[in-house]
Design a protein around this ligand. Structure first.
Ligand code: PSU
Ligand code: MN
Length: 303
């Protein structure tokens, strides 16, 4: 038995059967610069409350799995040095050795499922990196979506990835990829990518029903809800393309590999867009949090 530490708010919501939305913490520790990371983390939690659900930010602190962080823990995590980035491969080791780590999409899904939470909001999932045919850099997030029954709301996959290959792998793993309110798969900072999403749904209710139907069928694995960034906040794909290409070639030149790739690329793009990428990132995460709250509410209402 794992000794889970619930925040007071999540514990009360569980007892009352209220809708809960899981949130990851790698976006706080490795995805956004301080101090915006802390402001965004608190804001996204509030967005979920305002939409009628309860936020559960996940992290491992000194070996203990936390489902929901108290406000001061969230503040602390956003400034702490040397916090690990934990995915499926390192989660148990981090806990068993008393370590402290922020959860990626994969680790957050594991924690959410363990705690009985079925809906999770993030920015963008990890995926197949450009050049994966030589580096084999494919995020464990994709496999987790194939294994663990949590609906993940993201703004598609980050445009730093190879979106065509990411969609192919998701199909291979049997993951429903559902675009919300449009036909195209969104590209994180941009509303649209050149790729059609395999599925489209236009309401939280429909997405919740699809989730419940998979559960009734006993299917392992989750759904990816691809929710486009609000149009007013997007950075057009053609504007971003040369910046992403430059960031990728910088990463190659500096031989950045493994877990360091995604944080490095996000930081370079932040610098090269003079912070605009972060403003868009914040807008899309908040938009995903609001949709996830509606899906979680629909799931509770449907019973
Ligand atoms: N979404 C964001 N910013 C992030 C991430 C997602 O808007 O920093 C993180 C997530 O935690 C995701 C991770 O799981 O990046 C993917 O890392 P990798 O490519 O190493 O699997
Ligand atoms: Mn990787």
């Amino acid at each position: 038995m794992i000794d889970i530490h619930y925040s007071a708010e999540v514990r009360a919501a569980k007892d009352a059967g209220q809708p809960i939305v899981a949130l990851e913490s790698t976006i706080i520790t490795h995805g956004m610069p301080y101090p915006q990371n802390i402001e965004v983390a608190a804001q996204v939690e509030q967005d979920i409350r305002d939409a009628g659900a309860v936020p559960a930010t996940m992290a491992v602190i000194e070996g203990k799995l936390h489902v929901g962080l108290e406000p001061e823990q969230l503040q602390w995590l956003g400034q702490a040095q040397g916090v690990a980035k934990i995915s499926r491969a390192d989660m148990a080791a981090c806990m068993s050795t008393g370590g402290t780590g922020a959860t990626t999409v994969a680790a957050t899904m594991i924690a959410a499922h363990y705690a009985g939470i079925e809906v999770f909001a993030t920015g963008g999932i990890g995926g197949v990196h450009q050049g994966a045919e030589t580096t084999f850099d494919i995020s464990a997030d994709l496999h987790e979506l194939g294994h663990t029954p949590v609906t993940v709301v993201a703004a598609g996959a980050k445009a730093i990835l190879d979106l065509a290959k990411t969609l192919e792998v998701l199909e291979t793993l049997g993951v429903p990829v559902i675009a919300h309110g449009q036909d195209e798969f969104p590209a994180f900072w941009s509303v649209k990518s050149p790729f059609a999403a395999p599925l489209r749904m236009d309401s939280a209710d429909a997405i919740a029903k699809a989730h419940a139907t998979r559960r009734a069928l006993g299917l392992p694995g989750g759904q990816l809800v691809a929710n486009p960034i609000p149009a007013a906040d997007q950075i057009p794909a053609e504007e971003l393309a040369p910046i992403i290409a430059q960031a990728q070639s910088d990463a190659d030149a500096h031989r950045i590999t493994g877990k360091a790739v995604t944080p490095y690329l996000l930081q370079r793009i932040f610098e090269k867009t003079n912070g605009r990428s972060l403003i868009a990132n914040i807008a899309l995460v908040r938009n995903n949090a609001r949709l996830a709250a509606r899906i979680a509410r629909a799931l509770v209402q449907q019973g």
